[in-house]
Write a protein that binds this ligand. Structure first.
Ligand code: COA
Length: 152
Protein backbone atom coordinates (compact mmCIF):
# COMPACT_ATOMS: atom_id res chain seq x y z
CA UNK A 1 0.00 0.00 0.00
CA UNK A 2 1.19 3.56 -0.77
CA UNK A 3 1.43 6.16 1.95
CA UNK A 4 2.48 9.82 2.02
CA UNK A 5 3.63 11.09 5.41
CA UNK A 6 5.97 13.72 6.91
CA UNK A 7 9.69 13.35 6.15
CA UNK A 8 11.52 13.43 9.47
CA UNK A 9 15.15 13.41 10.63
CA UNK A 10 14.83 9.63 11.03
CA UNK A 11 14.32 9.36 7.24
CA UNK A 12 17.58 11.14 6.37
CA UNK A 13 19.61 8.03 5.49
CA UNK A 14 16.90 6.68 3.18
CA UNK A 15 16.39 10.11 1.60
CA UNK A 16 20.14 10.45 0.94
CA UNK A 17 20.20 7.03 -0.72
CA UNK A 18 17.36 8.00 -3.08
CA UNK A 19 18.95 11.41 -3.71
CA UNK A 20 22.31 9.87 -4.67
CA UNK A 21 20.63 7.33 -6.97
CA UNK A 22 18.71 10.14 -8.73
CA UNK A 23 21.03 13.13 -9.15
CA UNK A 24 24.45 13.77 -10.72
CA UNK A 25 24.89 16.56 -8.13
CA UNK A 26 23.09 15.19 -5.04
CA UNK A 27 22.23 17.26 -1.98
CA UNK A 28 24.54 16.74 0.98
CA UNK A 29 23.37 15.65 4.43
CA UNK A 30 23.86 19.28 5.53
CA UNK A 31 21.61 20.58 2.74
CA UNK A 32 18.85 18.18 3.82
CA UNK A 33 19.29 19.33 7.41
CA UNK A 34 19.08 23.01 6.47
CA UNK A 35 15.85 22.44 4.51
CA UNK A 36 13.76 21.57 7.56
CA UNK A 37 11.82 24.04 9.65
CA UNK A 38 8.29 25.17 10.41
CA UNK A 39 8.30 26.84 6.96
CA UNK A 40 8.71 23.53 5.15
CA UNK A 41 6.28 20.90 3.99
CA UNK A 42 8.52 17.85 3.56
CA UNK A 43 6.96 14.51 2.74
CA UNK A 44 7.98 10.95 1.89
CA UNK A 45 6.23 8.31 -0.14
CA UNK A 46 6.38 4.72 1.05
CA UNK A 47 5.35 1.71 -1.00
CA UNK A 48 4.88 -1.55 0.90
CA UNK A 49 6.57 0.18 3.86
CA UNK A 50 9.70 1.06 1.83
CA UNK A 51 10.52 4.72 1.26
CA UNK A 52 10.74 5.28 -2.50
CA UNK A 53 10.55 9.06 -2.86
CA UNK A 54 10.31 12.44 -1.21
CA UNK A 55 9.52 16.11 -1.80
CA UNK A 56 10.99 19.17 -0.07
CA UNK A 57 8.86 22.33 -0.26
CA UNK A 58 9.19 25.68 1.46
CA UNK A 59 6.14 27.86 2.14
CA UNK A 60 6.75 31.53 2.95
CA UNK A 61 4.14 34.31 2.81
CA UNK A 62 1.86 32.43 0.45
CA UNK A 63 4.65 31.55 -2.00
CA UNK A 64 5.73 27.90 -2.11
CA UNK A 65 8.94 26.57 -3.68
CA UNK A 66 9.55 22.93 -4.52
CA UNK A 67 13.27 22.54 -3.80
CA UNK A 68 13.57 18.81 -4.39
CA UNK A 69 11.48 15.94 -5.71
CA UNK A 70 12.91 12.48 -6.25
CA UNK A 71 11.56 9.00 -6.89
CA UNK A 72 14.01 6.09 -6.68
CA UNK A 73 14.93 4.97 -10.25
CA UNK A 74 13.44 1.51 -9.67
CA UNK A 75 10.06 3.10 -8.95
CA UNK A 76 9.96 5.79 -11.65
CA UNK A 77 7.23 5.97 -14.35
CA UNK A 78 4.66 4.37 -12.04
CA UNK A 79 2.78 7.55 -11.22
CA UNK A 80 4.49 8.22 -7.87
CA UNK A 81 6.01 11.60 -8.78
CA UNK A 82 2.59 12.78 -9.95
CA UNK A 83 1.01 11.41 -6.76
CA UNK A 84 3.46 13.38 -4.58
CA UNK A 85 2.78 16.56 -6.58
CA UNK A 86 -0.99 16.10 -6.22
CA UNK A 87 -0.58 15.62 -2.47
CA UNK A 88 1.58 18.73 -2.22
CA UNK A 89 -0.82 20.95 -4.15
CA UNK A 90 -3.75 19.81 -1.99
CA UNK A 91 -1.78 20.51 1.20
CA UNK A 92 -0.52 23.89 -0.06
CA UNK A 93 -4.02 25.04 -1.05
CA UNK A 94 -5.21 24.18 2.45
CA UNK A 95 -2.41 26.43 3.75
CA UNK A 96 -3.51 29.27 1.46
CA UNK A 97 -0.44 29.14 -0.81
CA UNK A 98 -0.95 31.12 -4.01
CA UNK A 99 1.80 29.78 -6.27
CA UNK A 100 4.14 26.78 -6.32
CA UNK A 101 7.50 27.62 -7.93
CA UNK A 102 10.39 25.38 -8.99
CA UNK A 103 13.63 25.34 -10.97
CA UNK A 104 14.62 22.45 -13.18
CA UNK A 105 17.58 21.69 -15.44
CA UNK A 106 16.78 22.45 -19.06
CA UNK A 107 17.95 18.94 -20.01
CA UNK A 108 15.64 17.22 -17.49
CA UNK A 109 12.90 16.53 -20.03
CA UNK A 110 11.27 13.83 -17.87
CA UNK A 111 10.78 16.17 -14.92
CA UNK A 112 9.61 19.00 -17.20
CA UNK A 113 7.05 16.62 -18.77
CA UNK A 114 5.81 15.65 -15.29
CA UNK A 115 5.50 19.29 -14.19
CA UNK A 116 3.67 20.31 -17.37
CA UNK A 117 1.29 17.38 -16.93
CA UNK A 118 0.64 18.60 -13.37
CA UNK A 119 -0.28 22.06 -14.74
CA UNK A 120 2.98 24.01 -14.30
CA UNK A 121 3.90 26.68 -16.86
CA UNK A 122 7.44 27.65 -17.91
CA UNK A 123 7.86 31.29 -16.86
CA UNK A 124 11.55 32.09 -17.39
CA UNK A 125 15.04 30.72 -17.90
CA UNK A 126 18.27 31.31 -15.95
CA UNK A 127 21.25 31.03 -18.25
CA UNK A 128 24.17 28.84 -17.09
CA UNK A 129 22.59 28.44 -13.65
CA UNK A 130 23.65 24.86 -12.88
CA UNK A 131 27.00 23.09 -13.13
CA UNK A 132 26.79 20.99 -16.31
CA UNK A 133 26.31 17.23 -16.26
CA UNK A 134 28.51 17.06 -19.37
CA UNK A 135 31.43 19.37 -18.57
CA UNK A 136 32.45 19.55 -22.26
CA UNK A 137 29.21 21.28 -23.27
CA UNK A 138 28.20 24.94 -22.83
CA UNK A 139 31.22 25.97 -20.74
CA UNK A 140 30.33 23.27 -18.26
CA UNK A 141 27.11 25.06 -17.28
CA UNK A 142 23.41 24.41 -17.84
CA UNK A 143 20.31 26.64 -17.91
CA UNK A 144 17.54 26.45 -15.33
CA UNK A 145 13.89 26.59 -16.36
CA UNK A 146 11.68 28.39 -13.84
CA UNK A 147 8.18 26.92 -13.64
CA UNK A 148 5.10 27.96 -11.69
CA UNK A 149 1.73 26.45 -10.80
CA UNK A 150 -1.08 28.74 -9.74
CA UNK A 151 -2.86 27.41 -6.64
CA UNK A 152 -5.34 30.26 -6.24
C1 COA B 1 11.18 13.47 -12.34
C2 COA B 1 10.65 12.34 -11.44
C3 COA B 1 10.39 12.87 -10.05
C4 COA B 1 9.34 11.79 -12.05
O1 COA B 1 8.80 10.85 -11.13
P1 COA B 1 7.99 9.58 -11.67
O2 COA B 1 7.38 8.91 -10.51
O3 COA B 1 8.88 8.75 -12.53
O4 COA B 1 6.88 10.26 -12.60
P2 COA B 1 5.42 9.71 -12.88
O5 COA B 1 5.48 8.23 -13.09
O6 COA B 1 4.49 10.21 -11.84
O7 COA B 1 5.12 10.42 -14.28
C5 COA B 1 3.90 11.08 -14.55
C6 COA B 1 3.98 11.63 -15.96
O8 COA B 1 5.05 12.58 -16.08
C7 COA B 1 5.70 12.42 -17.36
N1 COA B 1 7.04 11.83 -17.16
C8 COA B 1 7.61 11.46 -15.99
N2 COA B 1 8.87 11.01 -16.21
C9 COA B 1 9.09 11.11 -17.53
C10 COA B 1 10.19 10.78 -18.37
N3 COA B 1 11.34 10.29 -17.87
N4 COA B 1 10.09 11.01 -19.70
C11 COA B 1 8.96 11.52 -20.22
N5 COA B 1 7.85 11.84 -19.48
C12 COA B 1 7.92 11.63 -18.16
C13 COA B 1 4.81 11.45 -18.13
O9 COA B 1 3.79 12.19 -18.75
C14 COA B 1 4.27 10.58 -17.01
O10 COA B 1 3.09 9.92 -17.35
P3 COA B 1 3.18 8.48 -18.11
O11 COA B 1 4.17 7.64 -17.36
O12 COA B 1 1.78 7.97 -18.04
O13 COA B 1 3.65 8.78 -19.51
C15 COA B 1 11.66 11.16 -11.41
O14 COA B 1 11.99 10.79 -12.74
C16 COA B 1 12.92 11.48 -10.65
O15 COA B 1 12.99 11.33 -9.43
N6 COA B 1 13.98 11.88 -11.38
C17 COA B 1 15.29 12.17 -10.78
C18 COA B 1 15.22 13.39 -9.89
C19 COA B 1 14.71 14.60 -10.63
O16 COA B 1 15.05 14.88 -11.77
N7 COA B 1 13.86 15.36 -9.91
C20 COA B 1 13.31 16.60 -10.42
C21 COA B 1 14.27 17.70 -10.14
S1 COA B 1 13.57 19.29 -10.52
Amino acid sequence: MNQISPLTAADLAAALQIERACHAFPWSEQTFASNQSAHYLNVKLTVAEKMVGFAITQLLLGEATLFNLAIHPEYQRQGYGYLLLQHLTTQLKQRAALTLWLEVRASNSGAIALYERAGFNQVSRRTDYYPGINSGINNGREDAIIMALSLA
